[in-house]
Design a protein around this ligand. Structure first.
Ligand code: NAD
Length: 477
């Protein structure tokens, strides 16, 4: 049984209740976590407050950086172990789980180096005055994390917050939190003081809500669905608590007739099947210039048919979805496609070794999806790629910007001027040209516009979000 991690100690929830942990590859229960409540959040916040006031705020930035670096090294030493935990808990194929563990180590390495480089400014003002700005931590930051990339999202969110001088209370998803409990323990071994990183597990509407409402939480970093993002904002607004929101996406891959298709095809496929399509930045809409629509779909169709789906340990192209309700969600979308006569181009294969009790879904390529159909508007969060054609640049932009989301866009063209025109006009937090999501990109600021959220995590930019700016005016005559 897994326990909460508060003040560098494993503790039971005061609720006395637990939640079963299910392996998505076979649907079987293999562990249990604490079903925590508001009293557990109280304890975590008070441990964090003690740590902040008695220890953490007296550690200088360079020393903080060394601690983060020691944790990065520890994570690398335990990368295989962490990847195995993530593989089983999330159903991630081996290489994807390993990539996530490596990304976590890289986040702590990056933020280790950032700790002592967070400078303020001096501002010219009236004669007889000196003015400066200081970047100060919020204090205790709350982190609500989804199930799709626990290790990576912990790295970008908690790594940035610690680097900026905060202490953290983390609420991972009830569907995937085992790896983070182990990382918190590794942090203690690396020398993090008790209370700097606290992990409290449980359901969102119970312990997540309690975290968001707690008056001792000074900033909330939320990564998850737009619906819960709205709830978090409403709760935070009651006490004017700042929030960073990393929400969903319906990101377009825009392919012009002059694109290098040999380079584009594997990247387009990876962008929708990675993590079984359960990725906020999944390239889930494929917009193709008319002249190459048919030949591109033919090539993609062949590639989709070769994709193999199976248990995480088999390390195939695609693993299972996280849980049965997610599988049902994808099935509902696909049955809506049938009702609307949306043609299916191709599907991958679920291997015979995949247990019937696992949550598998074959990658599916659909074509001629009407732009306003829910398949082209809503996050499926499964390996379903929706293709449609466009006539020209204006039409491509119209389609690309026609959803509530604005997280990522991919643009495939050899025309340099068009690359810039498209990048300017597409409404999204990041644009990839002739590539898509290269590596973990820890250095690259990441976040959305519109219903994809606001604020930025990753990169140096995250440190602005995890700090507040104090302006100091000195009159010296
Ligand atoms: P979710 O919103 O259901 O849950 C996210 C987290 O919020 C979980 O820890 C959950 O327990 C918690 N939660 C749920 N209800 C809550 C409440 N009332 N109060 C406080 N916390 C609550 O999302 P999910 O299904 O776990 O993750 C998938 C979603 O996350 C997708 O929409 C995906 O696009 C998004 N996501 C976005 C990014 C990004 O960087 N933009 C990254 C990963 C995932």
């Amino acid at each position: 049984m897994q326990l909460n991690y508060i003040a560098n100690t494993f503790v039971h929830s005061l609720s006395g209740k637990t939640i079963a942990v299910v392996d998505p590859s076979d649907g079987q229960v293999f562990d249990e976590i604490q079903r925590s409540n508001a009293a557990d959040i109280d304890n975590a916040v008070s441990a964090a407050r003690d740590c902040l006031e008695l220890v953490w705020q007296h550690i200088n930035a360079a020393e903080r950086g060394r601690l983060l670096m020691r944790l990065s090294v520890k994570i690398t030493e335990h990368a295989d172990e962490l990847a195995l935990i993530e593989q089983r808990d999330c159903g991630k194929p081996v290489k994807q789980a390993q990539a996530d563990a490596a990304a976590l180590a890289r986040y702590f390495e990056f933020y280790a180096g950032a700790c002592d480089k967070l400078h303020g400014e001096t501002i010219p003002y009236q004669s007889g005055y000196s003015v400066m700005t200081w970047r100060e931590p919020h204090g205790i930051t709350g982190h609500i994390i989804p199930w799709n990339y626990p290790l990576q999202i912990f790295g970008r969110s908690v790594g940035g917050a610690l680097a900026a001088g905060n202490v953290c209370v983390v609420k991972p998803s009830e569907d995937a939190c085992l790896s983070l409990l182990r990382v918190a323990e590794l942090a203690a071994e690396a020398g993090f003081p008790a209370g700097a990183i606290n992990i409290v597990t449980g359901y969102g509407h119970e312990v997540g809500d309690a975290l968001a409402r707690h008056p001792g939480i000074d900033h909330i970093s939320f990564t998850g669905s737009p619906t819960v993002g709205t709830l978090i904002q409403q709760v935070a607004a009651e006490r004017h608590c700042p929030v960073t929101l990393e929400l969903g996406g319906k990101s377009p891959q825009i392919v012009f007739a002059d694109a290098d298709l040999d380079a584009a095809i594997p990247t387009i496929i990876n962008a929708i099947v990675q993590n079984a399509g359960q990725t906020c930045s999944a390239g889930s809409r494929l917009l193709v210039e008319q002249g190459i629509y048919e030949p591109l779909l033919e090539r993609l169709g062949q590639a989709f048919e070769n994709l193999r789906v199976g248990p995480a340990a088999m390390d195939l192209d695609v693993g299972p979805l996280i849980r049965q309700s997610q599988q049902q969600r994808v099935w509902d979308f696909l049955s809506d496609a049938q009702v609307a006569n949306i043609p299916m181009v191709a599907q991958g294969q679920i291997v015979d070794e995949a247990p019937d009790t696992g949550f598998y879904q074959a990658p599916t390529l659909l074509r001629d999806v009407p732009v306003m159909h829910r398949l082209a508007q809503e996050e499926v969060f499964g390996p379903v790629l929706c293709a449609m054609s466009f006539k020209n640049e204006d039409h491509a932009i119209e389609l690309a910007n026609a959803t509530q989301f604005g997280l990522v866009a991919g643009i495939w063209t050899r025309d340099g001027a068009r690359q810039f025109r498209m990048a300017r006009r597409v409404k999204s937090g990041q644009v990839f040209i002739n590539s898509y999501g290269a590596g973990s990109g820890v250095e690259l600021p990441f976040g959305g516009v519109k219903s994809s959220g606001y604020g930025r995590e990753k990169g140096f930019e995250a440190l602005s979000g995890f700090t507040t700016l104090k302006t100091v005016v000195v009159r010296h005559g």
